[in-house]
Design a protein around this ligand. Structure first.
Ligand SMILES: O=C(CO)[C@H](O)[C@H](O)COP(=O)(O)O
Length: 300
């Protein structure tokens, strides 16, 4: 699974001392800083734009600015944000009919490309083409526009669904994420954690950042252990017939799509045992087809 990343949202910082606030968070263990850019149209609020990011980048050159663009014209700001030092550019799916065009624009600047969905947008709106192309999918866990809102637990099935469909892609959550709510995100498979109020208002941001990271790492270990158990079941029967083999693979993947940690029964075990046998007679030693689907490398 992708690495755990903690990204404090500067929306909750002392914005008059933004450079110092960003440095403080990095010293306290933050991987990225989450920068909320709002245009007053996509959301009824205005915060900051490229000139502010540029000033932060000059003062804190090592910063990774994760730019969340809550704007109605996502293509319009790509160049400015890239020139200001943005490292990742997240646009909202709700703001465009041509998401692949926006991704191409972002990629052309060298920034990482990411797409966000609002609480009301189903995960199925992220096409396979888009999900496999982006570096990250942001599942909003509040309605965008303001910090300090209540975490929406009901968005978690979307995180699990996207994690199952895109095992290698970063899945970010943003809004109301705190020590009390992190376990929902971690168990669903989120690996990029945005937290504003919970980190900036804490007595010890360092402890909160460490806690969020530990919760996600522990959940990832549990999820991987469950998958290992499924894959290396010694009691699995062996499937020799190739058509049967494909049929079982499809069924296994259907099971996996229903949730990131849902066991899929004995069929994938049989499939994988068959795959292991095929692999041991081949020479590649690389990740098998099913292993690639799961985001894992099968042992030879
Ligand atoms: O995108 C956002 C709001 O649109 C913020 O990043 C988000 O709400 C984080 O703040 P908090 O952790 O305080 O909820």
């Amino acid at each position: 699974m992708p690495k755990v990343i903690i990204a404090p949202s500067v929306l909750a910082s002392d914005l008059g001392n933004l450079n110092c606030e960003c440095k403080r968070m990095m010293d306290d263990g933050a991987d990225w800083l989450h920068m909320d850019i709002m245009d007053g149209h996509f959301v009824p609020n205005i915060v900051m734009g490229a000139p502010i990011l540029s000033s932060v980048k000059k003062a804190v050159p090592d910063i990774f600015m994760d730019c969340h663009m809550m704007v109605t014209e996502p293509g319009r700001w790509v160049k400015d944000i890239a020139e200001a030092g943005g490292a990742s550019y997240t646009f909202h799916l709700e703001a465009t009919d041509e998401p692949m065009d926006v991704v191409r624009l972002i990629r052309a600047t060298g920034m990482k490309a990411s797409v966000a969905i609002n609480p009301g947008t189903p995960a199925s709106e992220i096409s396979d083409e888009l999900g496999n192309e982006v570096d990250m999918i942001l599942v909003m866990t509040v309605w965008p526009g303001a910090g300090g809102q209540k975490f929406m637990k009901e968005c978690m099935p979307k995180v699990a669904e996207l994690r199952a469909r895109f095992p290698h892609v970063n899945i970010e959550v943003d809004g109301g994420v705190a020590p009390k709510t992190i376990h929902y995100c971690a168990e669903a498979g989120a690996n990029v954690i945005v937290a504003g109020t919970a980190v900036f208002a804490a007595e010890s941001p360092r402890d909160v950042i460490a806690f969020l990271r530990n919760q996600c790492t522990a959940a990832q270990e549990r999820i991987l252990a469950e998958r290992e158990q499924l894959i290396y079941d010694p009691n699995a029967d062996v499937v020799e017939d190739d058509d049967e083999f494909e049929k079982r693979r499809e069924e296994a993947m259907e099971g996996r799509r229903s949730g990131a940690t849902t066991p899929v029964g004995s069929k994938p075990r049989a499939y994988l045992k068959h795959l292991d046998r095929r692999r041991s007679s081949a020479t590649s030693g690389k990740s098998g087809k099913f292993g690639a689907d799961l985001g894992m490398t099968l042992k030879a």
